[in-house]
Design a binder for this molecule. Structure first.
Ligand code: ZN
Length: 198
């Protein structure tokens, strides 16, 4: 019996909404819509990655490559921002599955591009981008810039264009300036495949 969180994650990964994103190349690394179907298959039919809930974690999602676990702070991926978080974390899992050799900063850059593309492609209200605000409703620039620059790249890709190296560098600089990544962005991501652990 599949729990509702896992079911909602698999549903998002198999969805037609996710097939709206455009493939993109970052250095030698490719993310394409079909990758998410492969990942969903691995989760749904083989249980290679465990989907878990934590109400205490500070970020909405997290992928642990050493344990092959996806963690979310919501019990079911329902809203567009929540499903976009699933796409972000799934991008990390795909890069692990593909044993992509790249830094934490570069994996985050790719994850934000996929997340913003998914949200922008399925956004009913144009101009209503993903963002990060404080409790008083003010944008938090050091945390919001990943969405601001990711949203621009997403727009270029979705309209059939190719973002420039400078566009990607601007997003990567925003990742480096984000408090979650400022200490580990230069480390290699542990993308060692998603074979069964234990
Ligand atoms: Zn991430």
């Amino acid at each position: 019996m599949t729990d509702s969180l896992t079911a909602s994650v698999v549903k998002t990964l198999f969805s037609e909404e996710l097939q709206k994103i455009k493939h993109f190349q970052y250095g030698p690394h490719l993310i394409a819509p079909a990758h998410f179907v492969v990942l969903a298959t691995r989760i749904h039919f083989f249980g290679t990655i465990a989907i878990k809930h934590s109400s205490t974690q500070s970020s909405p999602g997290q992928y642990l490559s050493d344990k092959n676990e996806l963690w979310f702070n919501f019990k079911k991926a329902e809203t567009l921002p929540e499903r976009a978080v699933v796409v972000h974390e799934a991008t990390h899992a795909i890069l692990d599955m593909n044993k992509a050799y790249l830094s934490v900063g570069d994996t985050e850059t790719m994850a934000y591009v996929a997340q913003c593309q998914y949200a922008r492609a399925n956004n009913e209200e144009q101009g209503n981008r993903l963002e990060m605000r404080d409790h008083e409703g003010n944008l938090i620039p050091e945390e919001d810039d990943v969405f601001r620059f990711g949203w621009d790249i997403a727009g270029t890709l979705l309209s059939g264009g190719t973002p420039s190296q400078a566009d990607y560098q601007q997003l990567k600089n925003a990742v480096i300036g984000h408090p979650n990544y400022s200490e580990n962005y230069a480390m290699q991501a542990k993308n060692d495949g998603i074979y069964a652990v234990g």
